[in-house]
Structures are given as C-alpha cells and as structure tokens.
Design a protein around this ligand. Structure first.
Ligand SMILES: [Mg+2]
Length: 185
C-alpha cells in the first residue's frame, strides 16, 4: 500500500510550538487540554489573533518540534511493509522547508528524500491512504482518508480516526514491540 503521512500535528507537534510562543509573548501558558476541541485563536483576545496566526510564517517555528508520541517507531515499522511518503503543504510557510527537512533527517532518517513531498495543494497526490489532521486535505483525498486526532479536529465524525500512533496496530494489523519502559513494568 502507498500511505501518505502529514507532518504537522501528525508526526511533529506544531500545536505545542503555538503554546510555547504564546507564553513567550503573552506570559500565559495554555495546555493542550485548554484548546481541546478548538484552536488557540478561539480562546485568546481578538487583538492577539493576528500575531499568533503569523507564528508559522516566522523563521524557526518548525525547528526542533517535538515528535508526536510513538510516531517514529510506528512509521519505521510501517515503512518496512508499505510505501510511506511524508507529505507536507510546506509551501504555505516559506521559512519551513529547511527546518522540516532537517527535522526529518534527525527523527525519520529512514524516509528517503524521494519519499518526502513538500507541496501546495495536496489533492493532486494520489495514494491508498492519507493520514492527516485537516478536513481540507482529507475531504479532497481520493483514497481512504484517516484523521489523526488533534485538539482542533475532535469534532470530525466523517472519517476513520486514529487517536494516536499505537492505533496503527489495529488499523494496519501491525505488531509493535513495547517500548523498553513498558517492558520493565
Ligand atoms: Mg497537519
């Protein structure tokens, strides 16, 4: 199978960076629980919204983002069985390319450059499965769309859902080895 996997809020924790930079600029630390079912823009004063919306357009936003839990191990296992492509609509953020590329080199070195697609509109890219957090990508995909849970998409009901990367066990019939921490318990 050919499987397309999005980056932000699927394998890279971009939501966390919004919360981090908001605290840097406005001194308030919100948590993922605070933005459950919404976006940070929905809970902050209106005069701050444009500033927050500008964050991903600024250099450094995508640098060293945390990896979403269990993404690496799971995608490495999937990569041994399927054709995996990382697909990011990076064109929206002109400073993101180098940070995203280096992030993949660091955390997903097994994803060859030929399997990395930095694009604009994702609807042109055909495959069997797309794992993504946004309706605007999932709704135009011609294969099997799977929504990856993120604070802003918990209300989506029209897609098959992946709550986290361990869900790959049941969705793809993968057998993941428990992490060393779990084995010690
Ligand atoms: Mg995304």
């Amino acid at each position: 199978m050919r499987i397309l996997i999005d980056m932000d809020d699927v394998i890279a924790d971009a939501s966390e960076r919004f919360l981090e930079w908001y605290e840097r600029d406005f001194g308030v630390r919100y948590t993922k629980a605070d933005i459950h079912g919404k976006r940070l823009y929905d809970i902050i004063p209106a005069e701050q919204v444009q500033i927050v919306k500008s964050y991903p357009h600024q250099p450094g936003f995508f640098k060293d983002l945390p990896v979403i839990e269990n993404a690496k191990e799971t995608i490495e296992a999937l990569n041994n069985l399927h054709e995996i492509y990382i697909v990011s609509a990076a064109m929206e953020f002109k400073h993101s390319f180098l940070d995203k590329y280096e992030w993949l080199d660091k955390h997903f070195p097994f994803i060859h450059w030929k399997r990395r697609i930095f694009c604009g509109d994702k609807h042109l890219i055909k495959a069997d499965i797309l794992i993504d957090d946004h309706d605007f990508n999932l709704s135009v995909f011609t294969g099997r769309p799977i929504v990856f849970s993120a604070p802003h998409n918990i209300h989506y009901t029209e897609y098959e859902r992946m709550e986290n990367w361990l869900d790959a066990e049941k969705i793809f019939g993968l057998s993941l080895n428990p992490s060393p921490k779990e084995r010690d318990l």
